[in-house]
Design a protein around this ligand. Sequence first.
Ligand code: GLN
Length: 278
Amino acid sequence: MEILVKDFVKENTDKLDAAGISDASVDIWLLLEHFANIKKSDYLANPDIVLSVVDAEEIEEAVQKRINHIPVQHIIGETEFMGLTFMVNENVLVPRFDTEILVDEVVKYVGDEYLKVLDMCTGSGCIAITISDMCDNATVVASDISKDAIEVAKENNQINCTDVTFIESDLFENVEGIFDVIVSNPPYIKTEEIENLQEEVKLHDPRLALDGGESGLDFYSRIIKDSKDYLKTNGMIFFEIGFDQAEEVSNILEENGYHDIVVKKDLSGLDRVVIAKN
Ligand code: GLN
């Protein structure tokens, strides 16, 4: 027996919708592509395209996981970030589209210069790896406190044929050398707000990657304070921030002698990146 993709998408999108999962049809198409190698463009070119029963059953199992709020990226085991593929699991934060704004800013700055870049709290390695991929002459080092995250990041470095050096380190503890650029998307959610996050994030992203302490600012304070010993004079620091943290992070930067502080917005018009010069 064969199943029309059209009917399958409708039925399973309805199931996810009914379970309160947002962007249901996007997820169904991701699952179809991953498990059955059928893309939406294939369907648009041939609306009568069919799905085998075996594939349908496998995807239905995946839909059940999605209904239980397991992130689609965890079900598939990978996600896309800046056009590259990243393996993800429960040990790393799933790379977010918003973080592409941060990478764009670093890539614009580094260009084809021979600069040394440090990505702090690298998680999946998405920031370091895309910078290494796009900036041919940059030397990229990345650190994370989590051994399990470093394992994922190393695998992503291989998948993408990039050349990042990874260090397991509690912030700067095991980092050596002096850098032209420090970039970080550190954990920045206030501890008490974690409870209010959607289940996909609260239960499936590592808490270690979310929790920024009582104020949400713990990592900015610690990184900025110690960064002075690892950043060249006139070197640049780039942070992703929460939408309401621009002022506080800018103040911490200023108190530590940084200048030329600039805040960049994301596509929704929310403050997303802070850049400063040492
Ligand atoms: N740097 C990684 C990312 O941007 C992980 C960030 C984190 O764990 N807070 O996705």
